[in-house]
Design a protein around this ligand. Structure first.
Ligand SMILES: [Zn+2]
Ligand SMILES: [Zn+2]
Length: 102
């Protein structure tokens, strides 16, 4: 099977880029069935941003502790360990309590 250069419009920046015969062959050997939707620079920037987000997201994943809201008794999760004697609020009540304290 032979390949021909294809022109594809990038779905991100709208630029026309060439999906070359060589790349198509490479795609096929990799078993990719979809054509690229983005130009090389968009693909590269997506890769790096995905990597950064992934890395950041992983590290910023905080442990959540189950708690019961002191205001509405709803079950909620808080990013810190609830301690006895300290009221814990769900996000709704927390913003209400915060507002009423101002
Ligand atoms: Zn692009
Ligand atoms: Zn609540």
């Amino acid at each position: 099977m032979s390949f021909e250069d294809k022109t594809i419009q990038c779905s991100d920046c709208g630029v026309n880029f060439t999906f070359s015969a060589q790349e198509q062959e490479f795609f096929q050997t990799k078993g990719y069935t979809n054509e690229p939707k983005r130009c090389l620079s968009c693909r590269q920037s997506r890769k790096t941003s995905r990597y950064q987000n992934g890395g950041y997201g992983y590290r910023s994943q905080r442990q959540m502790f189950p708690a019961v809201c002191a205001e509405c008794s709803k079950e909620t999760e808080v990013p810190f360990e609830p301690r006895e004697g300290r009221p814990v609020y769900c996000s709704e009540c927390y913003s209400k309590v915060k507002l009423s304290q101002q």
